[in-house]
Write a protein that binds this ligand. Structure first.
Ligand code: SAM
Ligand code: SF4
Length: 363
């Protein structure tokens, strides 16, 4: 059997070595790979882009991930938590703008007050126009009872990035202690799936010590876990975090962007029907980054609806894109930017993962 780049590009059942060949593509081969990602997406999912209005609920965090500005050890960040009314007015705005879904994201907290409030907020959001908004949560690791409570309240998607599927690399970017356990993160993903969430995961691209081997393994991990959604984005060094010391080991922004695009395209080939987020971090490293991610195979965008006065405090990484944008400007900007690359937003729809709904239909 021949194994030229062209042959590999047109297979779906790729093995690790073939994935590495695709991830190493440069120049014309890289362009062919990104075209292939887009082609596969169009064949399975058409040219639709789904929106999730992003509500950054709060930046208080119990964890100390070595890369993130919200880590509990960062004394420089001013902590906030949105009021119930602020969250609900963001959700009402998402509905008015026709976004179809909201995503509630925050630093990780496991206190009973937090768990109760999220439960109540999910129920309130569900009451808007008779349950017309889909709800994604991205609130970190929680116990099974909590995940179940929020699911029963009405949340139906959960995003928990594994950050790296290599245990060894995971512990280079997280402290090794009770609060940061690779095994627990894996267990959480299994629990979310078992409960019935559309479960999403993902990794950062361009981490210190990360190799092509790690990235190929990450893609195989997503396939093995049979996840419904993936969010991939470049790692962005944050000066107030311990990992910043290793910034010389981080590839330049352009290389991180290119690798993210190649990861998106290969993943689209491997898992044609999943939902894939064009992360805001893409736009931070490249002004066209979000559109490039969509053009390479992603199909979900999360426009920020967090009230303006809090946005700069959700300081995960520096120079976050769209921090000053108003929601209505953001909507028309997105329509124009996406039309320019041959895509359209599917308004007023939940935009569930086809990979998930097909499986649920068969069950
Ligand atoms: N606390 C939740 C969690 O960790 O799953 C959700 C919020 S957390 C800020 C969302 C994502 O931000 C993380 O999964 C991580 O991949 C990403 N992130 C954090 N710091 C980053 C950085 N410096 N560069 C790029 N992405 C980063
Ligand atoms: Fe907290 Fe999530 Fe940031 Fe880790 S990535 S420090 S859990 S907000």
């Amino acid at each position: 059997m021949t194994n030229t780049f062209e042959d590999i590009l047109h297979r779906q059942d790729l093995d690790k070595e073939q994935i590495k060949v695709l991830l190493a593509a440069e120049g014309e081969q890289m362009k062919a790979l990104l075209r292939r990602g887009r082609e596969v997406k169009f064949r399975h999912l058409d040219n639709y882009v789904h929106l999730r209005g992003l509500i950054e609920y709060g930046n208080v965090c119990e964890k100390d991930c070595l890369y993130c500005g919200l880590r509990s050890g960062n004394a420089k960040v001013e902590r906030y938590c949105l009021s119930d009314e602020e969250v609900l007015s963001c959700a009402r705005l998402a509905h008015e703008l026709g976004y179809g879904s909201v995503a509630l994201q925050s630093g990780e907290r496991s206190d009973p007050g937090f768990i109760d409030r999220i439960d109540q907020l999910v129920r309130e959001i569900k009451r808007i126009d008779g349950g017309s908004l889909g709800i994604t949560l991205s609130l970190g690791e929680q116990g099974e009872d909590t995940y179940r409570r929020w699911f029963e309240a009405g949340a139906h998607r959960y995003l928990l990035r594994i950050e790296s599927s290599s245990e060894e690399l995971y512990y280079k970017i997280h402290p090794r202690n009770d609060r940061h356990s690779f095994q627990r993160r894996l267990d959480c993903l299994e629990t979310l799936k078992r409960i019935g969430y559309q479960t999403g995961t993902g990794v950062m691209v361009g981490l210190p010590f990360q190799t092509l081997d790690h990235l190929a393994e990450d893609l195989l991990f997503f396939r093995r876990m049979d996840v419904a959604m993936v969010g991939l984005g470049p790692y962005i060094p944050h000066p107030d975090t311990p990992l910043y010391r290793l910034r010389d080991l981080v590839p330049p922004a352009e290389a991180r962007m290119d690798m993210t695009l190649k990861m998106i395209a290969v993943l689209r080939i491997l898992m044609p029907e999943i939902n894939m987020v064009a992360a805001t971090a893409n736009q931070t490293v490249d002004p066209q980054g979000r559109e490039k991610a969509i053009a390479a195979g992603a199909n979900v965008i999360m426009p920020n609806l967090t009230p303006g006065e809090y946005r700069e405090s959700y300081f995960i990484y520096p120079d976050k894109a769209c921090v000053k944008d108003q929601p209505d400007q953001c909507k028309s900007c997105l329509d124009i930017r996406l039309a320019a690359i041959g895509h359209q937003i599917l308004y007023n729809a939940w935009g569930d993962s086809l990979a998930f709904t097909k499986k649920a239909g068969k069950a």
